[in-house]
Write a protein that binds this ligand. Structure first.
Ligand SMILES: [Zn+2]
Length: 143
C-alpha cells in the first residue's frame, strides 16, 4: 500500500467535506476516522492521485476492499460499483427520511447490496443522525 502524502490526504478530506463518499456519514459522528480509498485499487493499477482517491468510512472501505464490480445473479449482468470520482451520488442513491437508502440505478442497487448500506444497524444510525440534522452529510462539491 502506497503511503499517501499529507497534502494529498488533506485535499481528499476537504473535497469530501468530511463525509464518507459512499454512505455519506459525517466523520464527526464516527467512532473511527475516515480512510482514504483507492477507487480503482492499486492492485488493479489505480494510481495514488486525487482523481482516484476517495474518502470512505471504515465499514464502506472494508466492504469495498479491492472490488470495483459485482455480479447480479438475477439479471446475469456484471454491474459496476459506485465510483465517486466519475459518478454523482445523487444520480444513484436517494436518502429517505426513514433511514433507508433507495437505489435509483442498477449501480446504486448493487452498491447498496455490496457495501451492506441498508443493514438495520446502518439504517438506525442514519435515522438517529437525521433527527439531529447530522445526516446526510453533503460534500461541498461533486463532479
Ligand atoms: Zn461509508
Amino acid at each position: 500500500m502506497t503511503r499517501i502524502p499529507v497534502a494529498l490526504r488533506r485535499e481528499i478530506v476537504d473535497r469530501a467535506g468530511g463525509c464518507c463518499e459512499y454512505c455519506r456519514l459525517p466523520v464527526s459522528e464516527l467512532m473511527f476516522a475516515l480512510e482514504i480509498d483507492h477507487v480503482i485499487p492499486e492492485k488493479h493499477g489505480g494510481p495514488t492521485t486525487a482523481d482516484n482517491l476517495s474518502l470512505a468510512c471504515l465499514r464502506c472501505n472494508r466492504r469495498k476492499g479491492s472490488d470495483i464490480v459485482s455480479f447480479d445473479w438475477e439479471t446475469g449482468q456484471r454491474v459496476d460499483l459506485y465510483n465517486p470520482r466519475t459518478m454523482r451520488w445523487d444520480d444513484h442513491f436517494n436518502y429517505q427520511e426513514d433511514g433507508l437508502l433507495a437505489s435509483l440505478t442498477a449501480i446504486g442497487a448493487m452498491t447498496i447490496k455490496f457495501l451492506l448500506l441498508n443493514t438495520i444497524e446502518r439504517v438506525d444510525e442514519r435515522r438517529s443522525l437525521t433527527q439531529y440534522g447530522l445526516y446526510p452529510c453533503n460534500p461541498p462539491r461533486q463532479i
